[in-house]
Design a protein around this ligand. Structure first.
Ligand code: ZN
Length: 297
């Protein structure tokens, strides 16, 4: 991979900063390599090591549990993300956490969009325990559409059944419903939609892009793949999945992202694109051009 790595400069569309603020009150161990914090210094070191020119930086999602947690963790984490990106202007770009029912968060995000201080918004239904449908008709979406700010939707898995019992669909199908209701907004579905059987529909939608982040977890954590998986790709390796999707002509719809530190390793996340048997132009699109265009960075 070293030779290709030197040839390809990348943009990481999905890397986390901060910490899991609830970690002291619970233990989540989905997979062994999971970390609970990542500093700006660690991010810069990674980017320098792997020839990554720019990164879209997203606060740590802190999944609420049944304890007495502050559900507004993202206020502080958003500030921290903005500070880090300010320190590394033209290298790190903030995509801030979005809570559709929190007035303070809504006003803050609208101000940040209008002042040109944010390049994306991240909605994480599992972390804040609110379904995708809460985004429909939210005032933030109208402003985001006006300023071409993409809405990044975490596509969940692992606890789909538990959430379904509580009336929440955290699968790609439900995210797709929101993107269809807001055709003027740009959406980025994360984690290759957990390979959901509706992923192809999402990739064919004009206003939807898909990031590849944490695809390496497929090999080590069964919960990565959606319960309603796309049968044709579910048994492929991450590299073969990229080749399959490029074969279908989706090279302009895919954004490479690492999801570091929620992935097997940074090198492994890069490898499945760098080592893929696809043309150089498609590699450049997935690793760099698509993110540059969609985020305007
Ligand atoms: Zn993530």
């Amino acid at each position: 991979m070293a030779r290709d790595q030197a040839r390809h400069v990348s943009i990481d569309s999905h890397i986390h900063i901060g910490r899991d603020v609830f970690f002291s009150s619970h233990k989540i161990e989905y997979y062994p390599c999971m970390k609970t914090a990542q500093s700006v210094g660690e991010i810069i070191k990674i980017l320098n090591t792997f020839n990554v020119e720019k990164a879209v930086v997203i606060p740590f999602p802190s999944p609420r549990m049944a304890n007495e947690e502050d559900e507004f963790w993202y206020h502080y984490e958003n500030d921290l993300t903005l500070c880090a990106c300010e320190e590394y202007k033209n290298r790190l770009y903030p995509a801030l956490a979005f809570h559709p029912y929190d007035k303070r968060n809504i006003e803050f995000l609208i101000r940040m969009i209008k002042e040109g201080k944010v390049i994306g918004l991240k909605f994480h239904p599992r972390a804040i325990q609110i379904p995708y449908e809460a985004l429909i008709s939210n005032p933030v979406l109208e402003i985001a559409s006006e300023y071409d700010i993409p809405i990044i939707l975490h596509i969940g898995s692992g606890r789909e059944e538990e959430f379904r019992r509580r009336g929440m669909d955290i699968s790609l199908r439900s995210a797709l419903y929101v993107s269809e209701a807001h055709r003027d907004n740009i959406f980025i579905f994360t984690h290759l939609g957990r390979l959901h059987r509706c992923l192809e529909d999402a990739l064919r939608a004009d206003n939807v892009y898909v990031d590849t982040s944490a695809l390496t977890l497929k090999g080590i954590w069964n919960g990565f793949v959606a319960i309603d998986a796309w049968a044709e790709i579910v048994d492929l390796s991450p590299r073969e999945i990229i080749e399959f999707l490029v074969d279908l002509g989706f090279q302009d719809k895919l954004l490479w992202g690492s999801d570091m530190p929620f992935c097997l390793s940074y090198e492994a996340e890069l490898s499945y694109v760098l080592d893929a048997n696809i043309d150089e132009r498609s590699k450049r699109r997935i690793l760099y051009e698509n993110a540059r265009k969609i985020f305007g960075i």
